[in-house]
Write a protein of this length. Structure first.
Length: 146
């Protein structure tokens, strides 16, 4: 297994959570689920808050996707605008409504995505959205913690 040299590796600082005695007693405080993840009301559970799931929840919407292609002499960065058709763990499929052209974009090239309208981010409870790694059908992916 490859080990990164110490001069390049800078670990994230360790964060601690305040004890129960220091938490405010008024208002709604997010609680940790059984697996130790933080659940905030109205938002995807942290284990389902992957970009692919957010893109799936916004399937059918017009999005602008900013990408970077390293070591490409013709174009290093490219912008794609289209309707989100599907999203998988490693890819995004857009369709350009003006040309009908479809784009299959590897997620590793995606820098960020913008929308000109509000985006869906709330988990659709009770709508039959299952879990799984499929790219279509409204299923949301869940992966084990790293």
């Amino acid at each position: 297994m490859y080990s990164m040299p110490a001069q390049y590796y800078q670990p994230y600082p360790m964060y601690t959570t305040p004890s129960a005695g220091t938490m405010p007693s008024t208002g709604t405080v997010p609680t940790a689920a059984q697996g130790g993840s933080l659940n905030v009301p109205g938002m995807l559970p942290s284990e389902q808050s992957y970009i692919e799931n957010i893109l799936r929840l916004n399937r059918g919407k017009l999005a602008t996707v900013y990408t970077t292609f390293e070591n490409n002499r013709e174009w290093n960065a490219k912008v794609f605008k289209g309707i989100i058709e599907a999203a998988g763990r490693d890819h995004l499929i857009l369709s350009d409504p003006q040309t009908g052209r479809r784009y299959l974009l590897p997620m590793v090239t995606v820098d960020y995505v913008t929308f000109d309208e509000p985006i869906e981010y709330t988990y659709p409870i009770g709508t039959g959205a299952g879990t799984g790694a499929g790219a279509g059908g409204g299923s949301l992916a869940t992966y084990p913690s790293r």
